[in-house]
Design a protein around this ligand. Sequence first.
Ligand code: MIC
Ligand code: SF4
Length: 639
Amino acid sequence: MTLNISQKLISGHLINGKLKPGSEISIRIDQTLTQDATGTMAYLQFEAIGIPRVKTEVSVSYVDHNLLQTDFRNADDHLYLQSVAAKYGLYFSRPGNGVSHQVHLERFGKPAKTLLGSDSHTPTGGGLGMLAIGAGGLDVAMAMAGRPFNLKMPRVVGVELTGKLSPWVSAKDIVLEVIRRLTVKGGVGRILEYYGPGVETLDVPSRAAICNMGTEAGATSSVFPSDRVTREFLKSQGRESDWIELSADTGAGYDEIIKIDLSSLEPLIAQPSSPDRVVKVSEISGRQVSQVILGSCANSSLRDLLVAARVLEGRTIHPDVSFEINPGSRQVLENLAAGSGYLSLVKAGARIHQPGCLGCIGMGQAPATGTVSLRTFTRNFPGRSGTNDDRVFLCSPEVAVAAAITGAITDPRELGEYPDVKQPAELLLDDSMIISPVENTGELEIVRGPNIQPLPQMDPLPVDVEGTVLLKVGDNISTDDIMPAGAKILPLRSNVPAISEFVFSRINPSFAGRAKSAGGGFVVGGENYGQGSSREHAALAPRYLGVKAVIAKSYARIHKSNLVNFGILPLEFKHSSDYDGIKMDARVKIISVRDKIKDGQVTLTAEVDGREILVRLDVSDREREILISGGLLNYAKGL
Ligand code: MIC
Ligand code: SF4
């Protein structure tokens, strides 16, 4: 039987199930990663599972999101995470060492391994030929405890790359083209597997950038072969021995195919406020820009920063532009500083920050009212930058630097000769900001400052569920809408009662108060409900407020699993026309829901203001048990 890369990776780790798209499979997880914003909760859950040491080959705890320390809270979380890592045998990547995905690619990722991360951009590892998947923190905690990861076998989309990129066109343009074609929901339930002669023209940072943003199309993962280029990258990291070859068998097929001729691509840009609102830069050039930021796990590699540095040599940025740089890792920063790149950026007027997520998740760098911000980031959901009514565009480093120079959206091909920047073959390597695991950790104490609050207890599913519709929302509601992030709310990630006050706060500020006084209720959504991040707080905090079920037209993968993990029923309209008939405050009742779920019923009858509609519960038998137990932790404790 001939297999594509995704099928090889899955069958090499398969514990249960068959490679039949849509059916439930369990896979063994070799590596895990967490970041601080999801990590505190993940480790509180890991502690609750009660295992003395992680059971994976490699588990790394990164601190990259909550870097602003405006009071004790984020600093408390950092200490908690460091002490947990020491106690349970994890690597700890210290604050300032860089964005999890960039550092993991550089120092830990290995071809043919599986990686589960509590961050939706974990698929970045696909650039090295890993099967890298984003999940909720609780799923990652389970994987650290040695349990398999469960998911629906994805359909494998072959993305055939032919030709070669033209000057000033780069990896971001390839993935923006993929997102343009698929939209933010076209990748749900799919792995995007890249193949064809264009693959060998792309270096690993470029491949990683492409895999990183497959997430924006809703994909479960994205993956490249592991070839000569991968070997060179690992060699430059002093890790050539981690390389193995990985390619699809000759004649292997795909469930669907997308074809992209790299030679025909032009510089692209995603307009506010969705990553799929992609147009050619040339179509909207001339719009005034007041902020440009180069950074995020999509585009903050050494290659990306060196391109900017070379273009800016001997130039200065436009006086109306704030040009900011968030290096992806200390390795990137050190190597930039070792050459002439750092100096040319500073001389040009760049504001260079510490390595980390920073403005990508609203930890500072909010743009001014009514202004355009061009970012090389991953997502531009409304208000995510920290400014309401923001106008954030997503683009490549080439397009970003062109705007920094001209003060307007500019086709970078107008800048003249393209600097042909390559990732250096020899790099300065320095792991002094990564603390390695040690043995005999029994005596070590975990540091719990006042920001670390215990996990809330969850009751099992009641016999009937009943309540009012607390909120009705439209299509593509993101987890940034459900549980906003930013400098004010992120420090509350380890304090569920406090963070729950902010559920839906951007789009419906009275939500938390109404949910509490009504004793909970229902949320009604459109297509692709819960797109975007892996943050389980978008399920956990509504659950804390008493939300019993969401009824939506369809769901994003990670959020649907998170709803199940926290005991919220992820129901779907059987007839999507019923969505129109439901109003805010409608009274909803599902009688004997517990027994029906136990009996394996897929279609359930819900009474909405006395009228009956049909809803579907499309989950596996295991997920039914989890829902009945009131969530995954209760379920796991009962095993
Ligand atoms: C994001 O980019 O939205 C985040 C912040 O990295 C999230 C994780 C989180 O909310 O903590 C993600 O992508 O999963
Ligand atoms: Fe950090 Fe932004 Fe990447 Fe999320 S998308 S991990 S916030 S850099």
